[in-house]
Design a protein around this ligand. Structure first.
Ligand code: GLC
Length: 611
């Protein structure tokens, strides 16, 4: 009889906090035996040879099998035959209530450090190079010094006040729109200003107020008026020759490459407002009636009733950091994670007065529904991949297990190779009959920072990064998405975009700015060594290469084909990473703690097949 897997993801039960590194020899032995047994099942028992190249593998010091050819940890499997079997972080135990051939329960275990109170970090600065430390940049001065210097060169002034930072100051290339202040690009700049020893809070406050002012403009593209709450993607300060004064010019998507409004801008704005408040304890800004109104307008855009059957937010392609066509339309993880993060930040900042109470209730309901949906349907690890591989289709009733009618044949081959036994991640997109299995870094790290990921899932994401270091970090951190779209897929999904060719730019390119997100997630999960390894890689090249926007190539070795130099968020991504690794209490400025009140879903799956 076939087994019906149940996936249980516990909260932060201290009893269950074990990492594979802590496994006793006996547990490692069990892993080995069970994995060996399952290799045969996989090789001989499944009709399609999905794991054709599982061979005799060497074992590394942690008891993981290592693929002899490419050094990757290959897929292992675990069975529940005869007692508990441990597979990496997944403990598979027989469900007694269902007899010997009954259900399989897979329990993901968080690492010991996940779930620790962030406040514990306050007293534990890691020794390091201090504000002016860091590697050398090739000209003798420290990289940190140069980064601060470059940051100050990027400031944009309006009526004598600093209101933001230029996207890049590359004198060599075409300016395009890099002479503007991008909302998303300013976030690491603002964080660097908040985290530095003598916090520079004014620029952050000015930026928040100036963009709020722009939100109030009437926004029209051709004859169509955009929603009131939409925040600009970017703005610039220009000199009006007629009026002989400085004026602001904002883009709400109307002049962007895809003519799509930036859904992420409003979320980042709320997140930065909370960071400002957390850092300064100045509640007077968030309590201003116009700031409260700005937040409500953003939230109203996302919480209004419609035809939705999912709590996730329906989006057009190119509405976030990846602002060109890349097949991320629908329900992309980056937007869903930012949505969740912004909801939780707004929850802390909104005042219940007037209509605030009703809005807070809607936020609470959405937070619960969204976390259930993402934790259940976006999560992919070895066990879940195997479940999907065995999905039954055409299940109409509410008892359906394969809720979106995903056809197993649509699982791309690369996932079977990529998925390690230890680790997991939130996939890129879930919608009817469609799972986009690609890995996206921003969505996964934001899920960790906002506690959208359970502690066990957060640990598993960091495990995956370690297991797939060569693919996701390579020679220059960090891949924005993995893998790249190539050939026919690239043609139909990107529309033959010459900027997004394989392993370039948004299509598998490596973006130094993402270092701050990885660092924050690493510290939050108690794995700062992951960030340190990545920072070391960045320090070898970033400053010497002139702080490029992105790198190309399967390992990220080459400076991006069309990358700007002196890209401000590459500079501040490095600064924020250093400021956090040297003083982990800085993490509190951007990270949220678990909210015990959010109903914890028990991830339960019943049989998707019968025999
Ligand atoms: C590119 C990136 C976008 C970024 C902008 C400014 O358009 O795709 O994410 O905000 O450049 O740096």
């Amino acid at each position: 009889m076939s087994r019906a897997p149940i996936l249980e993801i516990p909260g932060d039960d201290p009893e269950q906090k074990t990492s594979p590194d802590n496994l006793t020899p006996t547990e490692t032995e069990i892993m080995e035996t069970v994995a060996e047994a399952w290799k045969h099942v996989i090789r001989d028992g499944f009709s399609t040879p999905i794991f054709p190249d599982i061979q005799t593998n060497a074992e590394d010091k942690n008891g993981k099998t290592v693929d002899n050819v490419n050094g990757k940890t290959t897929l292992q499997s675990c069975s529940n035959g005869g007692g508990p079997a441990i597979c990496g972080d997944s403990e598979v135990v027989p469900n007694n209530s269902n007899g010997g051939g009954g259900k399989t329960t897979s329990v993901l275990k968080p690492s010991p450090s996940v779930g620790i109170s962030l406040e514990n970090l306050l007293e534990v600065p890691i020794g390091g190079s201090g504000k002016n430390g860091g590697a050398e940049n090739g000209s003798g001065t420290s990289m940190m010094d140069e980064a601060w210097e470059q940051l100050s060169r990027s400031y944009v002034y309006f009526k004598g006040q600093r209101v933001g930072t230029l996207a890049a100051i590359d004198t060599g290339g075409e300016t395009l729109n890099y002479n503007q202040v991008f909302v998303r690009d300013f976030v690491p700049c603002g964080l660097a200003c908040l985290m530095k020893t003598d916090a520079d809070v004014d620029i952050v406050k000015n930026f928040l107020l100036k963009t709020l002012h722009l939100q109030g403009w009437e926004k029209r593209i051709d004859n169509f008026t955009l929603g009131e709450g939409v925040m600009p993607a970017s703005f610039k300060v220009i000199q009006d020759p007629n009026r002989q004064k400085e004026v602001l010019q904002a883009d709400f998507g109307g002049t962007a490459i895809g003519r799509v409004a930036p859904v992420d801008s409003g979320f980042w704005w709320i997140i930065l407002l909370r960071s400002y408040t957390k850092c300064t304890h100045d509640y007077s800004l968030s309590e201003l009636p116009e700031v409260q109104r700005g937040m409500k307008l953003i939230l109203n855009l996302c919480l209004s009733d419609g035809f939705d059957t999912f709590p996730t937010l329906l989006c057009a392609d190119g509405c976030s950091m990846i602002d060109r066509r890349m097949g991320i339309y629908g329900y992309p993880i980056e937007i869903q994670a930012l949505f969740f993060f912004a909801l939780r930040c707004a929850r802390q900042l909104l005042k219940p007065e007037h209509d605030g109470k009703e809005l807070i209730e809607r936020i609470d309901k959405r937070i619960t529904a969204l976390s259930y949906h993402i934790q259940n349907y976006y999560w992919l690890d070895f066990t879940q991949l195997n479940n999907i591989y065995r999905y039954k289709t055409e299940e109409y009733s509410h008892t359906a297990v394969n809720k979106f009618n995903v056809i197993p044949e649509s699982i791309p081959d690369w996932v079977f190779e990529f998925m390690p036994l230890r680790g997991g991640y939130f996939i890129g997109n879930v919608s009817p009959a469609r799972m986009d299995f690609r890995w996206f870094l921003v969505g996964n790290c934001i899920a960790i920072l906002s506690c959208l990921a359970t502690p066990a899932q957060a640990t598993a994401v960091m495990d995956l990064i370690e297991e797939r270091w060569a693919d996701l970090i390579g020679e220059m951190p960090l891949k924005i998405a993995y893998p790249a779209l190539e050939g026919h897929q690239w043609r139909i999904v990107t529309g033959c975009d010459p900027k997004n060719t394989r392993w370039s730019y948004h299509n598998g390119g490596s973006w130094p700015v993402l270092l701050w997100l990885l660092t924050a997630a690493s510290i939050k999960t108690g794995r700062p060594q992951i960030a340190k390894r990545a920072i070391e890689l960045v320090e070898q090249r970033l400053a010497k290469d002139g702080w490029p926007e992105y790198y190309d190539g399967i390992t990220g070795r080459y400076i991006g084909k069309q990358a700007r130099k002196y890209q401000t968020w590459s500079i501040t991504g490095y600064l924020v990473a250093k400021l956090m690794i040297e003083n982990p209490s800085n993490l509190l400025i951007i990270s949220l703690e678990e909210d015990k009140k959010i109903a914890k879903p028990k991830l339960t799956r019943s049989a998707s097949w019968t025999c």
